[in-house]
Structure formats: structure tokens, C-alpha cells
Write a protein that binds this ligand. Sequence first.
Ligand code: ATP
Ligand code: MG
Length: 352
Amino acid sequence: MSPQSRELSGITPSGALTLGNYLGALRRFTEHQDDAFYFVANLHALTTDHHPEQLRRATLSTAALFIAAGLDPERATVFLQSDVPAHVELSYLLESTAHLGELSRMIQFKQKGGRPGTRASLFTYPCLMAADILLYDATDVPVGGDQSQHLELARDLAIRFNTLYGRTFVVPRLAPAAFTTRVRDLADPTTKMSKSAPADAPGVIRMLDDPDTISRKVRRAVTDSDGELRYDPDVKPGIANLAEILAALTAGTPEQVLDSVSGYGALKQLCTDVVIAELEPVRRRHQELFADPAELLGMLAVGAARARTVADAVVTRARAAIGVVSAVGASGVADPPAGYHAVHTVKRLPPS
Ligand code: ATP
Ligand code: MG
């Protein structure tokens, strides 16, 4: 398959994955597996306060969810970002290409950057994100929602680098993202459901919630008081959200869903049943993978090796173009240049 159709996507383990991540990302990943690269973007979880043990767990749990949701490591390259050092290396070369001004304009930094104790990586992470994209020679990168600014920057940096140092990167085109359901928070259906919401957020369905928890969260979902089953996202966002979730899971339309039920109670019951039926097998498979991580780690190691092959070639190209010379061969063993006679003068420390 040509790089044109190469799918590439990462998810930051910044919280337990939600039904939104499942419908908007994981389920879509499983539909495009061949020649696709899917990674757990664990380095991006270091830009704000974090707990190392929680990060370790969230990283492996997210990877396990990729597999449990149906990614086949024989078909797709599934890996941890930190297992491919080229991401960090290219990120630095891109930091040396980016300008302070453009990084200061990034939304995340503008929103959170003014606080005391802000990590420098909150300022530079867009370069890491650009590296994530440019390392895999992707030509068409789907943009939608809050990611467009990052992709614009990746494109700008690729063009600048190519202009300054010669053609090195494939400049990605920004392609409109395929429509996916935007799942909203059940407790506040005017906001998006997000994994980084507090762990006990009542309106966030986590992919690993047990059936009772899912049932309770859906039962308490905010609706409205007029009792009318009508699909109208602006006026009736709570009902619309439940109908959209059901439509995404049953391959119907929100209107069909609302026609099929007798009232709000029945709508919530149907939503509970369908969400549990969808997520329960994923949760069980995740439990198995997590109980004995050897199988999971093996799959991720294979993915990392495959990702390195592609990413290393690109970073080697970038290094050569920008003028970073290497004294070691590709094997990592020192390869003295021709005509060089190694004479080692070892300075000994005086005896103490
Ligand atoms: P965070 O709060 O850390 O930003 P998030 O839940 O918004 O977490 P992202 O890491 O921003 O998740 O996005 C991961 C993937 O999940 C992206 O492909 C994004 O489009 C998708 N996604 C995130 N939230 C939703 C949602 N509520 N509905 C549909 N898709 C979503
Ligand atoms: Mg987000």
C-alpha cells in the first residue's frame, strides 16, 4: 500500500480511555489496519504534572485497549512512542527549526503556559507532535477538531526544513477528517467527553467501566423535562447525545433510534444495554492482556521494531541534511574513517 493511504495516529495516556475515544478513534483504527501506525503517545503525558506509576499503568493499559478493541499487531504497527527514540531526536531537530513566536501561539501553551511550574515541554511538545507525523512519511493527515493547529505547524516546519536544508520530509497535506461521532459528557452534554476529566467524573463512560457503573452513569445522564423524543442537538443536547451514541453503535441514524423507543427511560435502557454489549468483550480481553503482560509486551516489541525501521530512515535523512554528523555506523559500532590510526592516550588520574 502506498504511503498516501498510510494511517497514523497516537493517543496520549492522559487518563482512562472513554467511550468517546472508542467511537472517535479506536473503533476507526480497527477499520484501517493495513500499513497503519498506531502508537501510545506516552511522552506527551509528561508535559503536565504526572505520577510515574500511574503513567506506566496508563501506558500499558492504553496499549492493551488498542489490542482488545481489535487492532491486529500482524496487520497494524502498534507501539509505544518511547520505544522509537527517533521521535525524540527528530523533535529536537524540529525545535531547532521552529520559532518562539509560533510555539507561543499554540493553544495549549496559551491556556496553561502562564502558571508557575509550567514545564518547558508544554512549550516544545508541538515539535514532538510534528516529529510523530513527519517520521512516517504520511502524505495525507486527517484534520478535525482540536488537532488542526498541530498539523498546520508540522506542515510549516516540514516546508521550512526542506527549504533551508534540502528536500527531506514529505510535506503532509491536510485532509478533512472522516466524520465521527463527537461523544459529549453525559452530565454536561454541551461539553465533549474527555479522558483527562477527573477519574470520578459522573458523565464520562470509561472503556473499562463495569456494567453496573455504565448503567448508573447512563441512568443519571442529563436530559430535559419536555419528554419529547426529537433529535435536536441544540435544544435537546442530552437526548441527542444518547441517540448519537446509539446510532454509532447500531449503524443507524439518531432519528431512527428515537423512533424505536417509547420514552426517555427506554432510551436510557437501550443505551445502557448496547454500550455494555459493545464494551464488555473489550474489557474482558483487556483484563487477560493486563493480567499477564508478557504477550502484550511481545506484541509491542514487534511493533516498535517495525516502526523503528521506518522512523530511523527518516531521522537519518534529517540528521544528514541539517549537518549533524555521525561517527558511528548504522550498526552502532564505531567505524573509524579511512586513514585514521587510532592512538589512545589515556590520562590516568593521580593515585589518591
Ligand atoms: P484529553 O482530555 O487528554 O485531550 P481526549 O479524550 O480528548 O483526552 P485525545 O487524546 O484528545 O482524547 O484524542 C484521542 C482520540 O480520541 C482522537 O482521535 C480524538 O478525535 C478522539 N476523541 C476524543 N474525545 C472524543 C469524543 N468525545 N468523541 C469522539 N472522539 C473523541
Ligand atoms: Mg482532547
